[in-house]
Design a protein around this ligand. Structure first.
Ligand SMILES: Cc1cc2nc3c(=O)[nH]c(=O)nc-3n(C[C@H](O)[C@H](O)[C@H](O)COP(=O)(O)OP(=O)(O)OC[C@H]3O[C@@H](n4cnc5c(N)ncnc54)[C@H](O)[C@@H]3O)c2cc1C
Ligand SMILES: *[C@@H]1O[C@H](CO)[C@@H](O)[C@H](O)[C@H]1NC(C)=O
Ligand SMILES: *[C@@H]1O[C@H](CO)[C@@H](O)[C@H](O)[C@H]1NC(C)=O
Length: 582
């Protein structure tokens, strides 16, 4: 097919879909493109839960507490953007309940009709029931779980009528911002920051409904152990109903994009890797910071078929290497949708919804599609100076709607330790561009980002800084057969680069089969297990995933796991035992 024709097809489809913008919630809007709460499935209608699983639509926090108590198997849901059935579903039968956080009345009202903060300035005060509460003195925002990240960012940007005329923003946010804020925090969703790391690291407190229906409030100071467990807990510890996040004033940010070859980019990353390893071996913390600062707020789109890379860096007046943190969460002290398809506060069955359909047209023309997708992002990366909210890349809401309905795809993300990142790009690159032409399994560019170390037990960056490779499989849903070349690339990243998987993305059933937490997270899996032991010993929130298992030994002999747990987590006197059953 001629290039122009494919481009036309792509643009026409994108245009048609964005006109509907179906993910935007409103009293009369259909949510079919959003996935929830009509059916428990992802935003394109795949990854569904069993039909018998019930949908909980709490109107208020107390309803969440009642629902959690009433059902033996429970899982919190945001808008279902996490691509992973087994983790997403509470269970597979009528005793299983997915509780949808976007259903709270105050959340629904705000999502249906956003409020500009000017209204509170005019009224002389903020409504205490409003689901977003800014504290300019503490530099925090407290948000109800089901509000989307986009709405938080837009509200903060408009919050300019009191102490900060430029408005506020989250210090670092993800590219995709239409997931719920608690969903993003729960899976350590991230943008690209060597200072603020993932959204979990921007967390200053949270409220969690536990298995027995009680509310637990956590801050880093109230209970650091449970905070580090809950701050990236994938729904395994309970239902988060509120998060308090750090905020920072908006400022002018200069964005610079350079186009280069894959090889040049890999060499740049390898030089940072070497500089970081060199300084680390000498215990030179300033040297480590200087190395990481070369990738602070850097992201890159790697178009594999053409081996072209668009690398974008961000700079502002006061930015300097000393700003980079070797750990985003300093050890001491406090750092700084609409449902409408049922009655409010109800538990009910799911509705059916059609999944996005595939097309043969995506199956050929890897180079053409790659050129098309690159042409879609290039204008958004233009050089210039913008306020933070606009300078850092995020998808527009029409783009979200378009991607949700355009073509079915699966999104994977591999986190590679920075100490191996450059070597990994070179080694895997040799296979991608080698005889087997693995690039043929790709259509969209690979989005590459970087985050610094953080202490959350399940954060992939818990042991050190990470390079993230966000990769999309646009072929298997349309062709009906597995995308082998894509999966071989994923397998290489797992096997040769020691990649961990994103907790809110695809790939776990294929690439983390028989997941052994003690092997994948040797330093923190035990701590998380102890938090589970303390907060959910009956495994109410265990989901359909078989990886939530812990076993321990002491002096070489098996002991009950609970006997290894104390107030600070897993005892150093115990060891994690390898997973046996699988
Ligand atoms: C198109 C697209 C682009 C994406 N881009 C990025 C990106 O740029 N960066 C990135 O890091 N990630 C990205 N993601 C991943 C996304 O941020 C995560 O999957 C996120 O968890 C989805 O949030 P959700 O509200 O849809 O949660 P769901 O999919 O509904 O839930 C995800 C997990 O979080 C748990 N959870 C959700 N809400 C709560 C709660 N209130 N309490 C406790 N547990 C909860 C659920 O139990 C589940 O295990 C992207 C996803 C999509 C679909
Ligand atoms: C953006 O700026 C960089 C650095 O000055 C330059 O190399 C690049 O060509 C510029 N890009 C565009 C599209 O002008
Ligand atoms: C609920 O569970 C928590 C965590 O296990 C426990 O600390 C608390 O005492 C329990 N509350 C009630 C009322 O049972």
């Amino acid at each position: 097919m001629a290039a122009a024709c494919v481009l036309f097809l792509g643009l026409a489809l994108l245009g048609a879909a964005s006109a509907q913008s179906r993910c935007r919630m409103g009293p009369t809007a259909s949510h079919t493109a959003c996935g929830l709460p009509d059916e428990l499935a992802n935003f394109q209608g795949y990854h569904e839960c069993a039909d018998a699983v019930k949908v909980g639509k709490p109107a208020a926090v107390k309803d969440i507490q009642q629902m959690v108590t009433a059902f033996p198997r429970v899982k919190a849901s945001g808008v279902g953007h996490s691509w992973w059935t087994e983790q997403f579903c509470a269970g597979d039968d009528a005793n299983s309940l997915n509780i949808v956080t976007t259903e709270l009345k105050s959340t629904l009202d705000f999502m249906a009709a956003p409020v500009n903060p000017k209204r509170w300035a005019d009224a002389g005060g903020v409504d205490p029931d409003f689901p977003i509460q800014v504290n300019e003195d503490a530099r925090t925002v407290t948000v109800a779980a089901g509000i989307t990240q986009r709405r938080v960012l837009d509200y903060l940007a408009d919050y300019k009528y009191w102490k900060e005329p430029a408005g506020w923003t989250l210090p670092a946010f993800s590219w995709y911002i239409d997931q719920t804020i608690a969903g993003a925090v729960s899976t350590a969703s991230h943008g690209s920051s060597m200072r603020f790391s993932s959204l979990s690291s921007q967390l200053r407190g949270l409220k969690l409904v536990l298995a027995n229906g009680t509310m637990l409030e956590l801050t880093p100071n109230s209970n650091r152990h449970l905070f580090m467990a809950a701050g990236a807990s994938v729904g395994r510890l309970g239902v988060i109903v509120e998060v308090t996040m750090a905020i920072t004033p908006q400022k002018a940010v200069r964005r610079t994009t350079r186009e280069m070859t894959y090889r040049d980019f890999a060499e740049q990353i390898k030089r940072v890797q070497d500089a970081y390893a060199f300084s680390r071996a000498r215990g030179d913390r300033n040297g480590m910071r200087a190395a990481l600062s070369q990738l602070d707020e850097t992201h890159a789109f790697l178009a594999l078929p053409s081996a072209t890379v668009l690398r974008t860096d961000f700079a502002y007046l006061e930015k300097e290497p000393a700003f980079v943190l070797l750990n985003a969460f300093p050890a001491d002290g406090e750092p700084g949708v609409q449902a409408m398809s049922g009655p409010q506060s109800s538990v009910g069955p799911q509705a059916e919804k059609p999944a996005v359909r595939g097309t043969d047209r995506i199956l050929s023309g890897a180079r053409t599609w790659s050129t098309f997708y690159l042409s879609q992002v290039r204008p958004k990366l233009s050089n210039g100076t913008f306020e933070s909210r606009r300078a850092f890349l995020s998808m527009s809401d029409s783009e979200t709607a378009a991607t949700a309905t355009f073509l079915p795809y699966e999104q994977f993300e591999a986190a590679v330790p920075l100490e191996r990142a450059g070597s990994c790009l070179m080694e895997v690159g040799n296979e991608i561009f080698g005889r087997d032409r693995l690039w043929e399994g790709f259509r969209t560019p690979v989005l590459t980002r970087f985050t610094t170390e953080e202490d959350f037990y399940l954060s992939p960056a818990t042991d050190g800084p990470m390079m993230w490779l966000n990769m999309e499989d646009y072929l298997s849903r349309s062709s009906g057969v597995p995308n082998d070349k894509f999966h071989r690339t994923m397998a290489l990243l797992r096997q040769r680069c020691g990649a961990r998987l994103h907790w809110g993305k695809a790939g776990w059933p294929e690439h983390a089969k028989c997941f052994d937490g003690g092997k994948e997270y040797p330093n923190t899996w035990g701590h998380f297990g102890c938090a589970v032991q303390e907060l959910d010993p009956q495994a109410k929130f265990a989901s359909e995933w078989d990886g939530w298992v812990w076993a321990a030994t002491r002096d070489g002999a098996s002991v009950p796991f609970a006997s290894c747990c104390g107030p600070a987590g897993f005892s150093p006197a115990c060891r994690l035992a390898p997973r046996t059953k699988c």
